[in-house]
Design a protein around this ligand. Sequence first.
Ligand code: GDP
Ligand code: MG
Length: 680
Amino acid sequence: AALANGTPPHPNGSATLDSSNERIQIVDEQKEFTAQLTPQLKKWGLHDVGFGYNIISVFGSQSTGKSTLLNRLFGTTFDVMDETKRQQTTKGIWMCRGKGTNVMVMDVEGTDGRERGEDQDFERKSALFSLASSEILIVNLWEHQVGLYQGANMGLLKTVFEVNLGLFGKQTSADGTSGRTLLLFVIRDHIGVTPLANLEATLTADLNRIWEGLSKPTELKDKKLSDYFDLAFTALPHKILAADKFEFEVQQLRKRFVDKSSPEYLFKPVYHKRIPADGVAFYMEGIWEQVQTNKDLDLPTQQELLAQFRCDEISAAALAEFNEQAKSQKRPVEAGKVIEGLGSMMRNWRKDALVRYDRDASRYHKGVYGRKRADLIGAIESTLSPLYLGQVKNLHKSCLVTFKKEMQDGLKGEEYNFADVVLKARQTCETTFANGAQEATIEDTDWSWEDEMTLLQEEIGVVADQCRKDETKKMINQIERNLKKTISEPVELYLNKPSKGMWDEILKAFREVLEKAETVYLAKAKSFNCTEEENVTSLSSLRKRAWLALRAKVDEQTSEQAFLTKLRNHFEEQFRYDENGVPRVWKPADDIDGAFKKAKDLTLELVPLYSRISPEDESLQFSLPSESSDLLNEGEEFDFPSTLVIFSETKALDLTNKFRKDADAYYVEAKRSTVSSVAQ
Ligand code: GDP
Ligand code: MG
């Protein structure tokens, strides 16, 4: 029982939550590799330490106190043979975390098959496995085993050397490792009669003899043991006979494993196998599978496989987090929303994912890391691209809406310059779009928004054109209203003063008014940026409407009632008043018949005068092309010559007849008045 002294409590027997002294059997008796290594490394807090850890394993004959030594050195909890029962500990490979250190300690049980008369299969496999991952291999032996060149230990070392040649023989430094390993010989139960230096010399000589005796491939035949291994030697006193000294020396040795500042520090960086901690489990399992199936263990391939597996995992984790973030904006974009700062969000998500990936994956095989990184960027961009396209499209829509609104606001009131309003709205719209689209565009992509801008500009153009047409219409209507007002007075004036030059005067006035209207139009049209073609159409429309306005006024003045009144007035002036404008009092001697006829004939002359717009001076005649179409009422028939006719011949005859009746009434009245004056 005394020999088991100092062994830390078995974790399974303790209820503590502290996992630091847990141990794990990574390869069991059936030579199966555990699935629990990654979870265990996480529990130990070693999963995320990158390269900041060490691996050590131990080799040596059965019951030479290997487990005891590891437990003393690293505070681990490996099984120690119970002296009282002399029971063998479980075969397999065990791992513990070194207490207070980032050291993964591996205890290889049952390596020395020779001693137990078993096959050496497991010995070879575990040697391969340990060498592929460990920085330091402790070779544990009794002092009395030193110099026994034919002994079991030497057979073990021969195996180790052979295996190492297969693993690291052709290794270049391309993968960042030297493949170098430290062999630390721990000589147990050193009595002290033979100094350590002598034991060291004996062992070294034996090792070199083994090395020379190896059958090496020709390209490696000149390689020396020191090309692959560093050798270190230490001795420990008898654990029972010199217990205090044993304990002291063990503590001294411990310092060489944990004190990085010590000149004797054993975990030199050059021994590190450069497997990131989060890949250790996968890597070891891969190595073990290869070893198990007796396949050639090709470390570069293993490292590449490891890199592929881990980089995929790391990338998937980064992508999952990224997708979660990107998802948050998918709906709003699809719903047509322009998302403020989407570009910087997307940049951040992308950056975060890459930082995350780089942090963990960059430790792996460079080529694989780079390829998977490109894949990741591809996946990220294919998720972001629809968001980008959506954002740009939504921006386009919202900018167009703003443009319309700005146009509306700008065209309120009287005091505005149409071209300025368009220019300003266009600039605002295009700048907003360009800024927003630029913000959303992520660098180092082939994304662009130029095409969308071109579309937007086209649509702006269409809207602006429509506004201009509407504005032009409004303006023409305005001009038309003014024109109607201005023309009505002269028309009324001249039509009430029938004379031969009546139409000349009216047409002169009309020309003046029209000319003024055209000037007003052209001045405004300039600020609208109207095209030459639009001006032609607008002016012709304006002329036609002006003409129709004149005609309307003329029609009003020559309606049947108005015209008959004009005729009556004219007749009365001729018949009932003398040359001096004095009312006539008919006497029997007066030539009523003659006067009546004269007045009637003079008045009837007015009918042809009014029935057609025809100036005395031919050059004053106005004319319009008949086919001229109106901007507002397109397609309406318009025949100019017919608009010159005020009364048709039938109408003229009808009016003449009606007037005759009126005139006859006057005649009768005049006759009666003479009769009555005679009667008085
Ligand atoms: P392992 O099989 O090599 O792992 O050896 P163990 O650690 O299980 O120890 C085997 C036996 O050797 C146990 O009974 C230990 O108590 C005993 N032992 C451990 N260390 C020493 C030592 O330094 N000297 C001697 N003589 N016995 C030891
Ligand atoms: Mg043991």
